[in-house]
Design a protein around this ligand. Structure first.
Ligand code: ADP
Ligand code: MG
Length: 647
């Protein structure tokens, strides 16, 4: 992009938000709530916090800015620190789960919405902040939706607290209405027309169609970078690899193509590459998840390729499980994606679906997460804040009753709530851990069962990216090395093996290279473990080792995962005990191809069929031992299960 070669202070002045600076600051000063709407890339996230700082707001408390995505929080904080002229963690910092880069000096703090929601547990009035900007509010994550209500309450008690809601799209009226009819400020953006092209017929294989489209643009179209929207890491990595091979085959006849991925799990050094200006004579193609729809802006994009899908986390309350499902995007998302091509000049958007699908099949807007996700974690936190009356909670869009009910009954089954729906002592302790209630239950049971040392490792390993490295050209070798870590009882103990051996070997990179492991992810697991242990310490609980007693570790897993149990049936493979869903053991599991009668699993993944991932074999008696209230009812008649009140 041209702008990138200007000095940073000049770049800042050219952003559309700069012209609105005084309007914005006046409006903040005379209103408690304001809604700001502006095109992606207009400077909302990086500039407004700095304007507020210049106005002196940080003298009365920090300026907080939430992001739905971890990557965005880190990337934006890094950029703003650079503009501000400090190191990340000094005046400008960020806080995301298990990674806090703030200090006493921090004045501008970027964080995930989930982290601010956690802070509300200890400090519902948000007394550390003078201004809170709920950024990317149109994404409607569960945490942002909950913060809407929590901040509205805090604002009643603290008239000096300022709340800014920013959004990229058209939800502004709805937001304004919810926040007592507050003003809406539009940031006029500079956008260019984008020509839209549709597929002539429905595409059977959107990956193949995507690659073809990118090649076609590269060979037959004028200069300009390409942005492609895919659904996830694996898809992105494999597209990058395939495209790389194809481009190599073209030889020197065609200009160079720089292929870059962007998704949450990438290390930040790699991520920052996408912001570097493309060298002369080269074209850049960025394969991105929907993170590039609004939360990060890449300059110089002229072509957008939109296959029309994204991965959506969806909870199926009947089956009691959450799944990432590749689903068609909404019209609003499609238009947002298209807009990415019109920032630097007139652009083109290739929609790899037919025109009538856009007009007749896509939903106008994405369904808010709160209406489709597992809410057990959220409800536990609200209960821990003393919010018991969920039916009268000020939801912008209330969750469907069955989602509320299933979260309440999950928490009840985990003994986090009593029959009246009030938080138990255990539930109170569970709420202290930034993780799913199933995992926090396992963590706390491990203290009683004297294996918290091992369980904290296992949970840390479950929280990080897959540690096994499996390069395409050396898969067999990698699998052979991996099998050396396999524990006969399953994946949880396999993960424990990997971590322990790595740690005993000094936690170095050489061990990782020999054994096909991602050192970066293992190091992160070590950080996560440290933080889990510090929460246990804060609760005055001990970290104890089972000293080689493997059964107690497996029993402890059952104490949390009893709802994720499956039984082998000769003809069909495995069937979940509750829900009777037919499931298989994922090929990556150390139990793959083995025949244990009962297993528990960490999660279900849906690919060609339903697979259990992270599986451990168990004894059926343990289900009754650790969840008699649950399994007795299941065995007899599910209607006889104690009814929970929804309060
Ligand atoms: P908005 O929040 O309105 O979408 P941002 O404040 O995120 O806009 O970005 C404004 C501009 O700052 C972008 O157009 C881009 O040019 C630049 N920018 C943002 N983040 C980075 C980064 N990490 N590296 C380089 N430039 C960036
Ligand atoms: Mg932004």
């Amino acid at each position: 992009g041209k702008r990138s070669s200007l000095p940073m202070s000049q770049q800042r002045k050219e952003l559309p938000v700069f012209k609105m600076r005084s309007t914005l600051m006046e409006s903040v000063s005379s209103n408690q709530f304001i809604v700001i709407v502006g095109e992606t890339g207009s400077g909302k996230t990086t500039q407004i916090t700095q304007y507020l700082n210049d106005e002196g707001y940080s003298r009365k408390g920090m300026i907080g800015c939430t992001q739905p995505r971890r990557v965005a929080a880190i990337s934006v904080a890094t950029r703003v620190a650079e503009e501000f002229g400090c190191k990340v963690g000094d005046e400008v910092g960020y806080n995301v789960r298990f990674d806090d880069r703030t200090s006493r000096r921090t004045q501008i703090k970027y964080m995930t919405d989930g982290m601010l929601q956690r802070e509300a547990l200890l400090d519902p009035l948000m007394s550390k902040y003078s201004v809170i900007m709920l950024d990317e509010a149109h994404e409607r994550t569960v945490a942002t939706d909950i913060l809407f209500a929590l901040l509205k309450e805090a604002a009643k008690v603290r008239p000096e607290l300022k709340i800014i809601i920013t959004s990229a799209t058209l939800d502004s009226e709805k937001f304004s209405k919810y926040f007592n009819g507050c003003p809406v400020i539009n940031i006029p953006g500079k956008t260019f027309p984008v020509e839209v092209m549709y597929a002539q017929s429905p595409q059977m294989d959107y990956i193949a169609a995507t690659l073809e489209c990118v090649m076609d643009i590269h060979i037959n179209n004028n200069a300009g970078d390409i942005l492609v929207f895919l659904t996830g890491q694996e898809e992105i990595d494999s597209c990058c690899e395939i495209l790389y091979e194809r481009v190599k085959m073209l030889g020197d006849a065609i200009g160079e193509l720089l292929i870059l991925p962007i998704y949450s799990a990438l290390p930040s050094e790699v991520q920052s590459k996408i912001f570097e200006p493309t060298p002369e004579g080269t074209r850049k193609v960025v394969f991105a998840t929907n993170i590039a729809e609004t939360s990060i802006t890449i300059d110089g994009i002229y072509y957008v390729v939109d296959p029309g899908f994204s991965k959506v986390n969806t909870y199926n309350p009947r089956a009691g499980m959450e799944q990432l499902i590749v689903s068609p995007i909404s019209k609003a998302q499609a238009n947002q994606r298209k807009g990415r091509a019109g920032r630097t000049g007139p652009g083109k958007c290739y929609r790899l679906y037919i025109e009538s699908a856009f007009y007749n099949e896509m939903l106008p807007n994405t369904i808010p997460e709160i209406q489709r996700q597992n809410l057990s974690n959220t409800i536990l936190m609200l209960k821990a804040m003393g919010i018991n009356d969920l039916l009268n909670f000020d939801f912008m869009d209330p969750p469907p009753r069955n989602l509320l009910l299933s979260a309440l009954s999950e928490l009840y089954n985990l003994e986090a709530l009593d029959t009246d729906g009030y938080l138990t002592k255990l539930g109170q302790r569970m709420s202290q851990f930034p993780m799913d209630p199933t995992l926090s239950k396992v963590m706390l049971s491990s203290v009683t069962n004297e294996c918290s040392e091992e369980i904290s490792t296992i949970i840390a390993m479950l929280s990080v990216q897959n540690v096994f490295f499996r390069p395409r050209d050396r898969q067999q070798e990698a699998d052979r090395q991996k099998s050396k870590f396999h524990h006969p009882y399953g994946d949880h103990l396999t993960l424990l093996n990997v971590y322990t051996q790595w740690d005993n070997a000094g936690g170095g990179q050489q061990f990782c290279e020999i054994n096909f492991l991602h050192g970066r992810h293992l190091k992160r697991a070590r950080d996560v473990k440290k933080q889990i242990c510090s929460i246990i310490n804060q609760l005055n609980l001990p970290i104890v080792s089972s000293r080689g007693d493997v059964d107690i570790i497996r029993k402890t897993l059952v104490a949390g995962f009893f709802m994720n149990a499956a039984k082998r049936e000769a003809s069909v493979g495995y069937k979940t005990i509750v829900g009777n869903t037919i499931v298989g053991i994922h090929p990556s599991s150390s139990l793959y191809g083995k025949e244990y009668e009962y297993v528990i699993y960490n999660s279900l993944v849906l690919t060609s069929r339903e697979f259990m991932s992270q599986v451990t074999s168990i004894e059926p008696d343990w289900l009754l031992e650790f969840a008699p209230h649950y399994y007795k009812a299941v065995d007899t008649n599910s209607k006889s299960r104690k009814k929970m009140k929804i309060t």
